[in-house]
Design a protein around this ligand. Structure first.
Ligand code: BGC
Length: 436
């Protein structure tokens, strides 16, 4: 899950989190609004004076006029060449449809009920977040293949590969079943090796995958967290996933955090270096289309004006972030195209801090998935997080209870990450959808 609030950030206007860093890193002021723990010589646990003069926020005050980031120079509804979504219908996950059907049945307000039921027609990604869920993929692919045969409409099955050992290394809510200390790297290979043959069986169905949300971003800002420090295993595992899934034609988007994480000026370049390294280490695999941003998050693609919580970061939304990071990534053979999760981005100005990520109250469903993004850098708006599934439990006796959540607003009581959260779903449905 989103981590700079938990570990990377250590100060700035409005920051209420901790202001010290672990041994070996120092709190370095980047600007008035953002200080970050950076590895290097310095007394452990200290907050250092800024080495650079404070930078005035590049964005205007809330409610003021925008902005330092221009709109796309050539807005276009023409999809970029090689867009894997073009010409395909995105397969509806039967699992999510079933969740929606029972959720809608439980809604008492009659106008909300119909709206709730309609969410079943919106494609969301299937998260393969445990080995036990891998066989579902085979079932969905067989189903998609038969729909394709019957209707002549080509099908695309969207998945999230999400099973790294020591998963969610800077937090707890989404910790997974493998640990590096207990053969996690080998187990991860087995997991990928179980996915591959299922896909191979259905070459007629296209598979698009988002690869390991948050993992590589944690290697940019959270190496000071003990579980993230073994970045080599994440990198080797992701490399293996890219290579193996490419061998069966899966189009992949590596998760690239979001504007409020890797989009900060201090993080954007180091982030791009990690992603370029991954692309190279996977031998420039042909099917890495590039990046997914804003997965599970609430940022708009382009907001009318910067929100108060984003002050100090000129990349205050996903489009400015994408526009700035792309030139750092694009290289011959690397298309550097993006997909952006907008599933829960329909409302803005409801977070207290940009780092708030867990079941934030006030969120609403966002722009429907589409390839008409109006932006040649973005292949598609997608819904990666199935809206209504929890981000993390509020039960403080759970091993996955994350104490950093104490500071955020959320509906209580919230169930474990990935399980159904009816009250949250009803809030999402009750909000108007934000147009693109
Ligand atoms: C959870 C996963 C879940 C996914 C989609 C993540 O935050 O960790 O278990 O499948 O969200 O709800």
């Amino acid at each position: 899950m989103f981590k700079f609030a938990a570990a990377g950030q250590c100060g700035g206007v409005g920051w209420t989190g901790r202001t010290t860093c672990v041994s070996g890193s120092v709190c370095s002021k980047q600007n008035d609004y953002y200080s970050q723990c950076i590895s290097g010589a310095g007394a452990p646990g200290t907050t250092v004076a800024p080495t650079t003069a404070p930078t005035a926020p590049a964005t205007s005050a809330p409610g003021g006029s925008p902005t330092t980031v221009s709109a796309p120079s050539t807005p276009s509804s023409t999809p970029a060449a090689g867009n894997p979504f073009t010409g395909f219908q995105v397969y509806l996950s039967p699992y999510y449809s079933a969740e929606i059907a029972s959720a809608a049945a439980a809604v008492t307000d009659s106008s909300l009920k119909a709206k709730a039921a309609s969410v079943a027609n919106i494609p969301t990604f299937t998260w393969l977040d445990s080995v036990a869920k891998v066989p579902d993929l085979g079932t969905y692919l067989a189903d998609a293949s038969s729909i394709q045969t019957k209707t002549g409409q080509k099908q695309l099955v969207p998945i999230v590969v999400y099973e790294l050992p020591d998963r969610d290394c800077a937090a707890k809510a989404s910790n997974g079943e493998f640990s590096i200390a207990d053969a996690g790297a080998e187990n991860y290979k087995d997991y990928i090796d179980q996915i591959v043959p299922q896909i191979k069986q259905f070459p007629d169905v296209r598979v698009v995958a988002v690869i390991e949300p948050d993992s590589l971003a944690n290697l940019v800002t959270n190496l000071n967290v003990q579980k993230c420090a073994n970045g080599g295993t994440y990198k080797a595992s992701v490399t293996y996933a890219l290579q193996q899934l490419s061998s069966v034609g899966v189009t992949m988007y590596m998760d690239a955090g979001h504007a409020g994480w890797l989009g900060w000026p201090a993080n954007i370049q180091p982030g791009s270096e990690v992603f370029a390294e991954m692309f190279k280490s996977a031998d420039f695999v042909a099917f890495v289309r590039a990046f997914a941003t804003n997965v599970r998050e609430y940022n708009a693609l382009t907001a009318a004006f910067p929100r108060p919580i984003t002050q100090g970061n000129p990349n205050y939304d996903e489009f400015p972030y994408i526009q700035r990071v792309r030139p750092m990534l694009k290289s011959p053979g690397f298309p550097a195209q993006f997909v952006v999760d907008q599933g829960r981005a329909g409302q803005q100005n409801f977070r207290q801090q940009w780092g708030d990520w867990c079941n934030i109250k006030g969120a609403g469903f966002g722009t429907r998935p589409t390839t008409s993004t109006g932006n040649p850098l973005i292949d598609a708006i997608i819904w990666v997080k199935p809206g209504g599934e929890s981000d993390g439990t509020s039960n403080s006796s759970s091993p996955r209870y994350d104490s950093t959540l104490l500071s955020v607003r959320r509906d209580d009581p919230a169930p474990e990450a990935g399980t159904w959260f009816q009250a949250y779903f009803e809030t999402l449905v009750s909000k108007p959808t934000r147009p693109l």
